[in-house]
Design a protein around this ligand. Sequence first.
Ligand SMILES: Nc1ncnc2c1ncn2[C@@H]1O[C@H](COP(=O)(O)OP(=O)(O)OP(=O)(O)O)[C@@H](O)[C@H]1O
Ligand SMILES: [Mg+2]
Length: 433
Amino acid sequence: MSSSALVRLLKSLDPLSPEVSIGDVADRLLTAEHKAFLSLPVVGSDGRPLGLVSRSRLQDIFMQRFGRDLWGRRPVADVMNPEPLIVSLETGLEEAARQITGKLQYPITEDFVLVDRDGRYRGLGTVLDLLKAMEDRIAQRNRVLRKALVELKESQTQLVQSEKMASLGQMVAGVAHELNTPLGYVKNNVQLLRELTGPLFELAEAQSRLAEYLSAPDADEERLATALENAARARERASPESLADDLGQLFDDTLYGLGQIGELVVGLKDFARLDRAMSEEVDLNDCIRSTLVIARNGIKDKAEVVTQLGDLPRIACAPSQINQVLLNLLNNAAQAMEGFGRIQVRSWADRQALYVSVQDNGCGIPPEVQKRIFDPFFTTKPVGKGTGLGLSISFKIIQDHGGSIRVASEVGRGTRFLISLPLGQATTLQRSA
Ligand SMILES: Nc1ncnc2c1ncn2[C@@H]1O[C@H](COP(=O)(O)OP(=O)(O)OP(=O)(O)O)[C@@H](O)[C@H]1O
Ligand SMILES: [Mg+2]
C-alpha cells in the first residue's frame, strides 16, 4: 500500500463496464449519490481503465432532441473519453498536480483516474480536491517559511549585537590604553605638586613662629634673630615668586589631563549607550565626535583625521547604531592606509537629508571588489583580522534608518563612503525596532 498523499484524495467508486448502455449510465451519474463526481470511470474486464464518461457529455446528448432515443441504448464506450487523466497512486502529490494541471482543459469536466502499480483502476480523484490539497500544503510551507524568516531576523539582530560587542571589546582595550597617557602625567604632576609645595608649608611654619616671637612681650633678642633667619632661609628655599609660575603650569596641565580623561569617559558612555528610544532626536555631529574619541587609538598611528562638520538639524535615529557605522568606516579607512594617511570626515545637510562622508587616501578598492564589499562575511583582510561583517551591518543599519550608503573608490587614490539619512523619517525606524 502506497503512503502517497494521493491515497487520501482517493474516492473509491464502482466502475462501469464498457458495454453498459448510455441510458443506464446517465441514470447513475445524474443522481445525488454521484454528485461529487464530474465523471464515471469505465474499466475493462482486466481491471484497467478504458476511459471516463463526463456529466457534461451526457447532458449534451440528452439535451438534444431525441437524444435519449438515439443514444440511450448504445454502449457507454461510444461516448467515453478514451484518454482520461491517469495518475499512479505511487506518484507524489506535487508531481501529480504537475501532471494533471499540465494536461487540464478548461472548463474542467472530468475527474482523474487513479491506478495502482500494475495499472489497475483503484478509484477517482477530483481536481478540486487535488488543488485544495496543494493549497493546504503551500499554506503549511508558508507558515514554516514565515517562522524561518522570524528566526533569521532574530539571529541577524544577534549578529549585529555580537559584532557590536566585539567592536566594543576592541575599543575598550584602545580606550584603556588611551586613558593611560593622561593618567600617567596627571599622576606625575600631582607628585611634583606635592614636592614643590613642601617648602611652602615649611615657610608658612617659619613665618608663623616668627610672628609669634614678634608679638610676644618678653621675646629674647637671640631667639628672635634665629627665627628671622629661619624664615628668610625658608623663603629662599620655597622661592614663592618663581613657584607661582611652575604651579600654575602644573595645575593647567593636570586639569587638561583630567579633561582628556573626562572626554574619553563621556565618549565611551555616549558611544555605548543603549538606545532606549529608537526615535531619539540626535545631533549627528555629536555621534561623529564621540566616535572619533573612541576610534582615536586605532587611527592615530595610521592617519590624521580632519573634520569639517556643518550645522545639522537634529534627527530621529538610534545613535549607538549610527556610531557603530561610523566606527566601522573609520576603522576601514585607517586599515586601508599604506603609509601615514589622511581621513576626512565631513557632515552637511540639505532640505531632504543629512550627509556624512568618510574619505581616505588609502589603497582604494578595485571595481570587482567594490561589488562585494557590502556582502556579509566578505573580507580581503587576513584571517583573524576582519570578519567581513562591518559594512554589511552598516548597510543594514542605514537601510533600517531609511537612508543609503554609497561608495566611490579609485585604486591607489582612496575611498569615500557617503551616508545619507533622510529628514523627517521617524516612522521608518519602527521597522528596525
Ligand atoms: N576604506 C576602505 N578602503 C579600502 N578597502 C575597503 C575600505 N572599506 C572597506 N574595504 C574593503 O571592504 C571589505 C569589507 O569591509 P568590512 O568592513 O565589511 O569588513 P572587514 O573590514 O574586512 O572586516 P570587519 O569590519 O568585520 O573587521 C574589506 O575587507 C576591504 O577589502
Ligand atoms: Mg571593517
